[in-house]
Design a protein. Structure first.
Length: 238
């Protein structure tokens, strides 16, 4: 393969950045169209456990800001895989076969684990959490009207999806550290009890203050930790 000069590399990089920017703008326009459906989808877990519920728009511009925020979120969701592919296409020609074989599984597993974590939060955690909060608010000792702010609800929901998506990256990080020689399998097994304590603390900090949501984050993280041990190389093979 013919080697490229430094100037040609910059031209190639600029071309790929422009492609990513174009895809982002197109996805942003598409996001503006689909944002009402995205908002309805994100609100469904709440309304499934609170059929008579409603969300409050506290300001005149709330509808505009929510729609724009969801458009940006949709655009990032669409553009990020394309951007990763452009980065890979830019650096892959300079990598050896062994390095390519090492990077490919990461590029595939990372977004897959993120989606699995987000789906776990959406379909399993949210029904428990929203049911708990609605029942708690409705059982207040004084007369009360439950009207969550639409912006606050979406911010909370999207934030939890991100937290679970990132938390499910744990096995990938541990296996990566093992393969590059930073973390041995025997040491990871030895530190298991401390890892479990750390996972419980992280779950308590990142989730709402109820035991159910904390357990629903800590339990899969612990299982993912155990799963990562199966994919680590033994000390004799490191």
């Amino acid at each position: 393969m013919k080697k490229m000069t430094l100037g040609q590399h910059f031209v190639e990089l600029r071309r790929r950045i422009l492609w990513v920017a174009c895809v982002f703008v197109l996805a942003l326009c598409a996001g503006w169209v689909v944002s009402p459906f995205l908002q309805a989808f994100l609100t469904k877990p709440l309304l499934d456990v609170w059929t008579e519920g409603a969300l409050l728009y506290g300001g005149v511009t709330d509808g505009l800001m929510i729609r724009f925020s969801l458009s940006v979120l949709f655009s990032l969701f669409v553009t990020t895989p394309f951007a990763f592919w452009q980065v890979w296409a830019f650096v892959a020609p300079g990598l050896h076969k062994k390095e390519k074989d090492f990077v490919w599984p990461i590029l595939i597993c990372s977004p897959l684990l993120f989606l699995i974590g987000a789906a776990f939060a959406f379909y399993i955690l949210f029904p428990f959490v929203f049911s708990f909060f609605i029942e708690l608010n409705q059982s207040a000792p004084v007369p009360s009207v439950v009207l969550p702010m639409a912006k606050d609800y979406l911010s909370f929901t999207i934030g939890m999806l991100k937290i679970f998506g990132l938390a499910f990256q744990l096995p990938l990080i541990l296996v990566l550290l093992n393969r590059i020689g930073v973390l041995s399998k025997s040491y990871a097994i030895k530190m298991r009890r401390y890892a479990i304590v750390f996972i419980v603390i992280v779950a308590a900090v990142l989730t709402p203050p109820d035991v159910v949501s904390q357990v629903l984050l800590a339990l899969p993280m612990w299982l993912l930790f155990e799963l990562s041990l199966l994919f680590m190389k033994s000390d004799d093979n490191v």
